[in-house]
Design a protein around this ligand. Sequence first.
Ligand code: HEM
Ligand SMILES: *[C@@H]1O[C@H](CO)[C@@H](O)[C@H](O)[C@H]1NC(C)=O
Ligand SMILES: *[C@@H]1O[C@H](CO)[C@@H](O)[C@H](O)[C@H]1NC(C)=O
Ligand SMILES: *[C@@H]1O[C@H](CO)[C@@H](O)[C@H](O)[C@H]1NC(C)=O
Ligand SMILES: *[C@@H]1O[C@H](CO)[C@@H](O)[C@H](O)[C@H]1NC(C)=O
Ligand SMILES: *[C@@H]1O[C@H](CO)[C@@H](O)[C@H](O)[C@H]1NC(C)=O
Ligand SMILES: *[C@@H]1O[C@H](CO)[C@@H](O)[C@H](O)[C@H]1NC(C)=O
Ligand SMILES: *[C@@H]1O[C@H](CO)[C@@H](O)[C@H](O)[C@H]1NC(C)=O
Ligand SMILES: *[C@@H]1O[C@H](CO)[C@@H](O)[C@H](O)[C@H]1NC(C)=O
Ligand SMILES: *[C@@H]1O[C@H](CO)[C@@H](O)[C@H](O)[C@H]1NC(C)=O
Ligand SMILES: *[C@@H]1O[C@H](CO)[C@@H](O)[C@H](O)[C@H]1NC(C)=O
Length: 331
Amino acid sequence: MVLPSTLYHVVATLFLALTLSETSNAQLNATFYANSCPNVSTIVRNVIQQSLQSDSRIGASLIRLHFHDCFVNGCDASILLDNSGSIQSEKDAAPNNNSTRGFNVVDNIKTSVENACPGVVSCADILALAAESSVSLAGGPSWNVLLGRRDSLTANQGGANTSIPSPVEGLANITAKFSAVGLNTNDLVALSGAHTFGRAQCRTFINRLYNFSNTGSPDPTLNSSYLITLQQTCPQNGSGTTLSNLDPTTADGFDNNYFTNLQNNQGLLQSDQELFSTSGSATISIVNSFSSNQTAFFQSFVQSIINMGNISPLTGSNGEIRLDCKKVNGS
Ligand code: HEM
Ligand SMILES: *[C@@H]1O[C@H](CO)[C@@H](O)[C@H](O)[C@H]1NC(C)=O
Ligand SMILES: *[C@@H]1O[C@H](CO)[C@@H](O)[C@H](O)[C@H]1NC(C)=O
Ligand SMILES: *[C@@H]1O[C@H](CO)[C@@H](O)[C@H](O)[C@H]1NC(C)=O
Ligand SMILES: *[C@@H]1O[C@H](CO)[C@@H](O)[C@H](O)[C@H]1NC(C)=O
Ligand SMILES: *[C@@H]1O[C@H](CO)[C@@H](O)[C@H](O)[C@H]1NC(C)=O
Ligand SMILES: *[C@@H]1O[C@H](CO)[C@@H](O)[C@H](O)[C@H]1NC(C)=O
Ligand SMILES: *[C@@H]1O[C@H](CO)[C@@H](O)[C@H](O)[C@H]1NC(C)=O
Ligand SMILES: *[C@@H]1O[C@H](CO)[C@@H](O)[C@H](O)[C@H]1NC(C)=O
Ligand SMILES: *[C@@H]1O[C@H](CO)[C@@H](O)[C@H](O)[C@H]1NC(C)=O
Ligand SMILES: *[C@@H]1O[C@H](CO)[C@@H](O)[C@H](O)[C@H]1NC(C)=O
């Protein structure tokens, strides 16, 4: 019989579509906690504001956690899990170890949020909210954070080693890593603008200061007066962990000076300067546009960080709401 079979397919297809839209396809939205935790944004912001009193760098460190979370298995707080019997922590991955920081502040935020709304707000959403508060408290744009992510039951240390861009791997490879998570060249340039605040260790850029690519000379795209400053901060046999501001002009402010710096050959990391100094690259005109118009940068940054925050979230009944961001519930 033809009719029942057709009917069966129609019903099955409809069912599948509905199931998908309720689970894997579920959209984040800005009002997810409107009833269950209406004050969550304020709580997150207040803890960060408090932490900034004693650590002017903490906002930068927190937004970087959101980035390193989202690039590995999506924005699922996988980066926050500590080592355990079944977890190989992403904190020990090459891009994170001796580098990512702010985990204690995430725990303080979680404690405050749990006190107000127990068992409701995911750690992945806390990272997204912390990114927004950090940017707006530093003088950057504000935006409505999309929410409704849930927390992973696993970590992916190998994925963190391979998916997070390195400052020395070249623009083509970095572009490919962004593309692998659905982010384009505009997103790459706009999000790199987060290097308008925070610090980097000498070991992440010393390859540019003395013997760049075995040429025996510094990176030719490095401004000569900035080079002298950086060589003083990072002597040849000095400590690789000494810090330098990512933005030499306004170290803790969120503004478009990062892009003006690139035009002046004052990008700190190789990956920063390449956005402007790679001849023929589509990134150059985007740098110029953000340098000449901070509003354009802020608008693009907001769109791009929302794009980044939408990378493969766990929604619906996938994952869980962790009670302690450092471990899977019941472990
Ligand atoms: C485009 C590829 C990127 C590369 C290669 C890169 C690389 C780095 C490196 C090497 C550091 C210094 C880490 C250290 O010395 O311990 C750093 C710091 C930082 N990155 Fe990136 N990054 C990239 C993109 C991003 C994105 C997309 C964001 C956020 C939207 C971001 C936000 C930050 C911030 C705020 C800091 C300073 C953190 C602090 O002071 O604790 N970065 N990045
Ligand atoms: C936000 O998403 C949740 C979960 O998908 C849903 O229950 C809620 O109705 C959504 N709110 C709006 C305003 O779309
Ligand atoms: C939200 O929390 C802040 C302090 O964190 C408090 O001042 C404010 O009254 C709270 N608002 C509501 C509606 O609970
Ligand atoms: C991570 O850093 C800690 C502290 O510096 C160190 O003890 C540990 O060996 C490092 N882990 C890896 C995998 O390098
Ligand atoms: C982190 O630092 C420790 C101590 O200096 C070192 O043994 C370890 O190899 C570093 N880990 C990474 C991944 O760089
Ligand atoms: C990730 O990189 C770290 C540091 O280089 C290394 O110790 C670890 O074994 C790597 N993990 C995986 C799963 O590849
Ligand atoms: C870029 O990626 C390719 C392919 O994964 C790799 O062979 C190459 O070493 C990478 N380049 C750098 C500078 O890391
Ligand atoms: C630069 O590095 C290469 C390879 O390590 C080495 O052969 C060369 O002597 C170095 N040049 C200088 C000036 O240190
Ligand atoms: C750095 O250390 C190397 C090897 O120990 C030595 O040959 C070189 O002279 C030192 N350079 C400086 C500037 O101290
Ligand atoms: C080097 O930086 C200074 C600003 O500190 C700028 O005036 C100068 O034009 C820059 N030089 C080059 C070649 O970009
Ligand atoms: C700056 O960018 C904004 C947003 O794209 C745009 O509306 C505005 O016209 C631009 N201003 C100038 C002077 O180009």
